[in-house]
Design a protein around this ligand. Structure first.
Ligand code: CP
Length: 508
């Protein structure tokens, strides 16, 4: 399948193939060169359009570079930079605020919010393309694109590089997105430098191992700098710490100084940072590093100011590509899983013996038998399906069964009742491989085994308390999970990508 950039949402860097990423940065480079020559070939490309820019969290670079990009293309930017001065302070929801902005004929909306998955939620509720300007600790895809452009300008390539990520590797979203993008390119390896409390999440390190990407974790620069081609430093994200005392413990744990740089770094190493650097408390990069020259040259190690400037051409390129004013179609890298809901009953042949099976454990004339339930799931199924208790004729929790996982099973019989497809999905989440038999006139007329659907809605709760779908976030975003592994029962949140395994499943 071929796909174009026109009208796409940019929620996660993971939805871009390496060819698409290279195409975006080459388009940005072309625009940058045009502007350097003052040719202004793009000055009217979006004339008459309105670009919505809704930032519910502070920003200098991302918001202003989008405003500047819209204006440089002839569009008008409709922008706000915090909840201050908006009706959010009167309790208006994120959803209504965005829908209302979209109604002012915005051709697309750039959104930033402190909650993980907010951009995906915005994309779900709006008909116009949504660009993620940073959502909690989840992702910052357009930052990654400008990082890639900068790396390519500095090194002439995106492959065969060792990238050191330093600082807050737990709550930072820029590292998460950049390392996801760089994994596509051959010969990439990672070094992580952080206090132990801010190490990358274990699930991300496990994913690197599965993908055979070499990495090392360290707590200091001395042992790591000599290997590194690009050092990507990040600020400790004070605002994302649930406990401020925990922040204070790590706030002064790591600082890149001129001394460290000149003692341990390769002369070819360059320093990037998504910015801002925290100059108020304890700068993660000592201010003197800005001007340190590579010995014997006039070249600086620190390149974060040029890096930030690349935000303008990347965002101009994206606005043109999403509007369909520039761009081509690029082959999709792989077949995307079909997450459409499917029937979740795998048919089981109803033999004559099975037709009579209704007679075992009590007789019902018409209704449903739910059999081979995991014993612990039995009462949860009754509650979750809100089964009418006056119609339950038998309820056994610990029947002996050779076929059951631990030799025991639960059985339910319900009179005059057939589960809906959504209820079958719920049974599958709670007790995969349970069987459902439909009874008519005392006989089993149809039988099937419940199978986990690939897309599961409104059943499970995300384990990430900062996910937009959590009830305490008050957005009432429906919970949606994808089944990554039907046997091990591993699920991934649609909004924030958190994966949960069967023992961590919490029902709504
Ligand atoms: N890099 C970045 O996202 O900066 P701002 O927070 O200033 O937008």
């Amino acid at each position: 399948m071929m796909r174009s950039f026109k009208n796409r949402d940019i929620v996660s860097i993971r939805s871009f193939s390496p060819e698409e990423l290279v195409y975006v940065i080459e388009t940005a480079k072309m625009i940058k060169e045009d502007r350097l020559k003052k040719q202004a070939a793009y000055a009217h490309v979006l004339e008459g359009e309105t670009i919505g820019i809704a930032f519910f969290e502070p920003s200098t670079r991302t918001r202003l570079s989008f405003v500047c990009a819209a204006q440089a293309l002839g569009a008008h930017a409709l922008s706000f930079s915090s909840t201050e001065g908006t009706s959010l302070l009167k309790g208006e929801s994120f959803r209504h605020t965005l829908q209302m902005l979209s109604g002012y004929q915005c051709s697309l909306l750039v959104v930033r919010d402190s909650r993980d998955g907010a951009a995906q939620y915005a994309a779900d509720v709006l008909d116009i393309p949504v660009v993620n300007g940073g959502d909690g600790k989840h992702e910052h895809p357009t930052q990654t694109m400008l990082d890639l452009l900068t790396i390519r300008e500095l090194f002439g390539r995106l492959d065969h590089l060792t990238i050191g990520f330093a600082g807050d590797l737990k709550y930072g979203r820029t590292v998460r997105s950049l390392q996801a993008a760089l994994q596509h390119f051959p010969g990439i390896s990672f070094r992580y430098i952080s206090p132990p409390q801010l190490k990358p999440p274990a699930e991300e390190l496990a994913a690197l191992e599965r993908a055979h990407i070499p990495y090392k974790v360290s707590e200091n620069y001395e042992s790591t700098l000599p290997d590194i081609d690009i050092l990507y430093v990040t600020r400790i994200q004070e605002e994302r710490f649930p406990d401020k005392q925990e922040y204070e413990k790590v706030a002064r744990s790591l600082q890149l100084t001129p001394d460290l740089l000149l003692s341990y770094a390769k002369p070819s190493m360059r320093i990037l940072h998504p910015l801002p650097i925290n100059s108020l408390k304890f700068p993660e990069i000592h201010p003197a590093v800005d001007d340190v020259l590579v010995p014997g040259t006039r070249e600086k190690y620190a390149r974060y100011i040029e890096q930030a400037a690349n935000g303008l051409s990347i965002r101009m390129a994206l606005l043109c590509l999403l509007a369909g004013k520039l761009g081509t179609e690029i082959r999709e890298p792989y077949e995307l899983p079909n997450y459409e809901k499917k029937t979740t009953l795998e048919p089981v042949n109803v033999t004559e013996t099975k037709q009579e099976a209704n007679r075992v454990l009590g007789y019902i004339e018409n209704g449903t038998v739910i059999d081979h339930l995991q014993p612990d799931a039995l009462f949860k199924v009754i509650d979750l399906l809100a089964l009418p208790r006056d119609k339950l004729v038998i309820l056994g929790k610990n029947f002996e069964s050779k076929k059951a996982l631990h030799g025991k099973k639960g059985v339910l019989k319900i009179v005059d009742y057939s589960p809906t497809p959504n209820q079958l999905n719920k049974i599958a989440v709670l007790s995969p491989y349970a069987t459902v038999s439909y009874i008519k006139n005392g006989q089993v007329v149809e039988k099937g085994r419940v199978m986990l659907p690939l897309r599961i809605e409104n059943i499970m709760e995300c384990s990430n308390p900062n996910c937009i779908s959590r009830t305490e976030q008050k957005e009432y975003a429906p919970s949606v999970f994808y089944t990554l592994d039907t046997v091990q029962r591993i699920f991934q949140c649609h909004y924030c990508d958190t994966t949960i395994s069967e023992d961590a499943v919490r029902l709504r």
